[in-house]
Design a protein around this ligand. Sequence first.
Ligand code: GDP
Ligand code: IMO
Ligand code: MG
Length: 427
Amino acid sequence: MPVLAIIGAQWGDEGKGKVVDLLAGKAGVVVRFSGGDNAGHTVINPYGKFKLHITPSGIFYPQTISIIGNGVVLNPAVLIGEIDHLNQCGVNTTKLFISDRAHLIMPYHLLLDRLEEESRAGKAIGTTGKGIGPAFADKVARSGIRTGDLLDKEVFLERLRFILDYKNTILTKVYGASPLSLDEIYGQYCQYRERLAAHIMETDTIMERALNQDELVILEGAQGTLLDPDFGTYPYTTSSSPLSGGGCLGAGISPPRLSHILGVFKAYCTRVGSGPMPTELKDETGDLIRERGHEYGTTTGRSRRCGWFDAVGARFSTRINGFTGIAITRLDILDTLPHLKICVGYKLKGKTIDYFPSSITALEKCQPIYEELAGWQTPTSDIRQYEQLPLPARQYIARLEELLPCPVSLISVGAEREQTILKTPVL
Ligand code: GDP
Ligand code: IMO
Ligand code: MG
């Protein structure tokens, strides 16, 4: 009964979409387990190039069931747009199911995301503006509306009326904004119901069947470990857990079932939005990585902050997720550099530390301690065998394995499915 969780190990955008698309051919079920359409997972395969925000990246395999899990918050308009686009590109979406426990993103969530960010002024988080924080806040405050509620017109209307009344008080009295119309939202969401009803169900039965039949289940992570609300750089985080533990909760898998946990790391670091990033390079090397790597956000188009690989954060991420293997992506982006650096510790108030501080005030003061390694200055995008990688590239990988410590199973040297080196089997 293999269950493989594919987890973002840094600040998101590590290449999870590519890795899921690569491995999903063997899977019976792929489940997106957290976040919402703040995610942007790029997949390039024979159907074309896709930027999936909410649809699981296993959607391209006709035999694979895709599930939007209970831990996701769903903007129905975004999903309908993705289904239409996928269908136009010849991708079958009849095996896409939505957990009836997943919460809905409502128009007031989008509005409040923007208003809350504006009110944070100089301390804005730099959210994606997709209503994620307000939707998860409502879930835990027991003021959310679930996709299952949408299926029953009366239940939905009653719940919406009750909640919208309160939301309109906040919108008008706290923010001085205009109230939202019950009729408009109700009408709009009834149209979404027409489109999505056939996909919404108790997905537990699908999971149970797949597990009983020994099929591979892949849990597709969104965001990255250092954006986790508990273990990330709080409050500069997202609002649901991208961790392997979050995978169990957000897909409805008991922890002992999780047999493989693959941590996806970029060969360097990037971050979009605000918050500390100890290895950020605000110099020409950072610019070079951004331009060579086209490091601009998949969801918002914002420019990503770039920096050297942070092995302190990576070791922390490896420990709290329990990675059984590692995928290193975007090795090819480093191909032209004469030397590389890895952060192996931090200097904090004159002392050397080897842990990732919980306080952002401390993390902001951390100065990275670097180890320098030789670059390879050779193109790697066409290499498919580990032994054929230039020696300095293998030395770089070996050093990461030693520092994490965790074995590297997969190395990605380009955005396309086949631009991948399998060092050791993932499963
Ligand atoms: P995700 O959110 O983790 O799925 O990652 P994103 O899709 O937001 O960002 C990763 C970007 O890197 C996308 O543009 C991918 O197409 C691309 N990509 C993934 N792996 C590689 C790789 O090994 N090399 C290069 N050059 N691009 C890659
Ligand atoms: P994928 O799945 C990178 C960041 C935002 C912001 C913070 C909070 O593609 O890796 P939110 O909208 O979640 O309230 O924003 O989290 N963020 C991401 N950064 N990749 C993502 O997803 C992200 N999802 C959210 O930039 O800093
Ligand atoms: Mg992304």
